[in-house]
Design a protein. Sequence first.
Length: 247
Amino acid sequence: MDKFLYIAMTGAKQNMDALAVRANNLANANTDGFKADMAQARAMQAFGEGLPTRVFSMTELPSSDYKSGPLQTTGRNLDIAVKDQGWIAVQADDGSEAYTRAGSLNIDVNGMLRNSSEHLVMGDNGPINIPLPIQKLEIATDGTISVRPQGATPEVIENVGRIKLVNPGNSNLMRGEDGLFRTLNGQPAAADAAVNVVSGAVEGSNVSPVEEMVNMISLQRQFELQVKMMKTAEDNDKSAAALVRIS
């Protein structure tokens, strides 16, 4: 009886955890460059002092969905979208190098190039600084940033840096608690000249709201089933106890 109850109890808990994953995906359906988390469940043996006779359910996040999101044209010079495979290098809050596909950039009052989450955008030699004031800014397909200083003639163009674009391979990446991706060994990835960007556009989230809603409905039904199983286990236990008293 306790095996029955234990499986139902852990199954209900893991359904709640999977619901949280799906809810987070749905909440980021409009977040630029967001990659949906995937969740899967499997049976695990419970090891203890005795024999591993108990089995419990466990929800795990094997990876993220790395397919590209829709390309959204903005016409803004500071917006970029990574073509196909690749990532934009940024500096995380803890100072480490991390990677994102969110390419809506801006320049702060000190001339530092940042993304929409205020992370510093990395170049070949560290964070990129734009010499202010400027009249025009362009970002080439290889990430090179060209500016025309304010008051300069049209033919005056200066290269001020190149955005670090990397492609360490999706299997070598993991998402951190801050939503940014890092390499599995924690070491910065090398710049990849084969990675290109599209200027004047951003990549949207790859979350399918309809798919996430369907998954949430399915998980809610599974949760209700697990609760019914726990109730059945309780009823069976009461019936067994009644039979013992009669005998």
